[in-house]
Design a binder for this molecule. Structure first.
Ligand SMILES: *[C@@H]1O[C@H](CO)[C@@H](O)[C@H](O)[C@H]1NC(C)=O
Ligand SMILES: *[C@@H]1O[C@H](CO)[C@@H](O)[C@H](O)[C@H]1NC(C)=O
Ligand SMILES: *[C@@H]1O[C@H](CO)[C@@H](O)[C@H](O)[C@H]1NC(C)=O
Length: 474
């Protein structure tokens, strides 16, 4: 309780300095934020969901492998869920309405997939309360758990209570926000299914592949980002929520590319630009989510280079950020594949491991194997099939990994984002990339390969920028 009060009291200060001692499960802290010449900067932290932190009843010697294996298979689930969502948007924008609604029925509304893998959180103000939410670039609607709770997972901040917020208002069914939600929820589902004179509220239902869900009504309230108010922010007020992976958070912040996302709703304040620097996983490290395009808020050590976003025309392109991947180099060696001539990929904050179509993955893997040929191989680990036993070696030359995007934009992956240490004795060290099942799937640049980079999403300019940055909230 004392901790909570400290958090709220500090929130009143001009520049918020919100720090909570770790302790307790959930790995959720109250996070700091500030404004700086027009930009709003939120501290980002790794979120370790409570279901994975070794609790009092779990042996503290749980090997890292055991824990990470669960996270990586959830990651695979997110990847396949994203494939279905991309496909459903694609077919609806091609006008195959029937096909789209069939897909929508099979996969009710998969938004953001599995939250076990959505592992960055930030703290915002909503109404009179604080909410620590998971940050996701592949989700549209921002939602928090709301009173009166039919069912809610544990969270560290107090529950959002509409009745104690004078600025709260439900969004009616016949509003444009509710129409936008209809698009976001995919064809075949209606937010006004129970539409009648008595119940004009616009309801939402998001379900995640692991059985987690959030249901409630669409509402408006004041969103506060580092002391700056966004009036009438549209969000989901979730009265029925389920999902251990949310582990202590209040809900989710949707940073996708659609009308209901936070990015679109704060267009006047931040011009449709946001960026992040994702910190390393080690506890204690933090990064930043910057809303607005003031580059003085960045701490980049190399110039920002921009590549074009690839956009499908039409309103149904979905929330995803597509880029044109034209090449990959491994240790300076270009990997050859005809696929690169039409290399559409999405960049995602919530997928961990970069996942490539089989032909490209195999070519990249072959290049790594040839450059690491002197090292003994080790068994595969979860979705990672190329592993080495590096025990006892004093020095290992790790080949560099570079993505090349349209416009000859080269992005070098941080050296810590190339290999994945399953065990601390280095007896199983894996290439941190995975293969998709089908050539027709969409490749995804995951967050393991985005660490220590400033990644700038300029939705109006339709471009994405990259620069090296050692992530820290300063
Ligand atoms: C929505 O419905 C209400 C009640 O029927 C009506 O007063 C209002 O004008 C409608 N709003 C829109 C935007 O159609
Ligand atoms: C991707 O870039 C390549 C090379 O510049 C270009 O030929 C191709 O048309 C681009 N694809 C898209 C979808 O923009
Ligand atoms: C890894 O290599 C070391 C040193 O060569 C060896 O002792 C160990 O048994 C190997 N571990 C595995 C899991 O293969």
């Amino acid at each position: 309780m004392a901790r909570r009060r400290a958090c709220v009291a500090a929130a009143a200060a001009l520049i918020m300095l919100l720090l909570l001692a770790g302790g307790g499960g959930g790995g959720v802290h109250c996070l700091r934020s500030r404004t700086e010449s027009g930009s709003t900067i939120l501290e980002l932290r790794h979120h370790i969901s409570s279901s994975f932190s070794p609790g009092p009843n779990r042996p503290s010697k749980t090997s890292r492998g055991e824990v990470d294996g669960g996270v990586l298979s959830s990651d695979a689930a997110r990847v396949s869920s994203l494939q279905r969502r991309i496909e459903s948007y694609r077919s609806s924008s091609e006008g195959e309405e029937e096909e789209a609604s069939k897909l929508a029925l099979q996969v009710p509304i998969t938004s953001g997939a599995n939250l076990r893998t959505l592992n960055y959180v930030a703290t915002v103000g909503l109404g009179a309360a604080e909410a620590t939410v998971v940050v996701d670039t592949a989700s549209e609607l921002t939602w928090v758990q709301c009173q009166p709770c039919e069912s809610c997972h544990d969270q560290q901040d107090p529950l959002f209570d509409p009745s104690s917020s004078p600025s709260y208002a439900a969004v009616p069914c016949n509003s444009s926000s509710c129409d936008a939600l209809r698009v976001a929820m995919a064809a075949g589902t209606s937010p006004c299914a129970d539409d009648n004179e008595q119940q004009p509220a616009c309801s939402y239902a998001l379900s995640y592949r692991d059985g987690s869900y959030s249901r409630g009504v669409l509402a408006r309230d004041k969103l506060r980002l580092a002391g700056q108010d966004i009036e009438g922010f549209v969000f989901g007020c979730g009265t029925s929520n389920q999902g251990a992976p949310f582990g202590g958070t209040s809900g989710l912040m949707g940073l996708g590319r659609s009308h209901v996302s936070l990015v679109s709703q704060t267009m006047d304040q931040f011009g449709g630009v946001f960026s992040y620097c994702l910190p390393m996983r080690e506890s204690g490290s933090s990064g930043s989510l910057v809303l607005g395009d003031d580059s003085s808020a960045y701490r980049n050590s190399t110039p920002i280079v921009y590549t074009a976003m690839v956009s499908d025309s039409g309103p149904l392109q979905g929330p995803f950020y597509f880029l044109n991947l034209t090449g990959i180099t491994v240790g300076g060696q270009e990997v050859e594949s005809p696929w690169f001539s039409a290399g559409r990929v999405i960049i995602d904050s919530g997928t961990i491991i970069t996942t490539l179509v089989p032909s490209v993955y195999n070519a990249v893997r072959a290049e790594f194997l040839s450059q690491l040929a002197e090292y003994p191989q080790a068994p595969a680990f979860s979705i990672l099939d190329t592993c080495f036993n590096l025990t006892g070696l004093k020095e290992v030359q790790v080949p560099s990994l570079k993505f090349v995007f349209e416009g000859s934009v080269e992005v070098e992956v941080d050296s810590k984002g190339v290999l994945y240490f399953v065990s601390s004795d280095a007896s199983q060290v894996c290439l941190a990339l995975a293969s998709l099942k089908s050539e027709y799937d969409t490749s995804i640049i995951g967050n393991y390969q985005q660490k220590n980079l400033r990644v700038i999403f300029d939705t109006l300019g339709s471009q994405i920028g990259f620069a090296q940055e050692t992530c820290d909230y300063i």
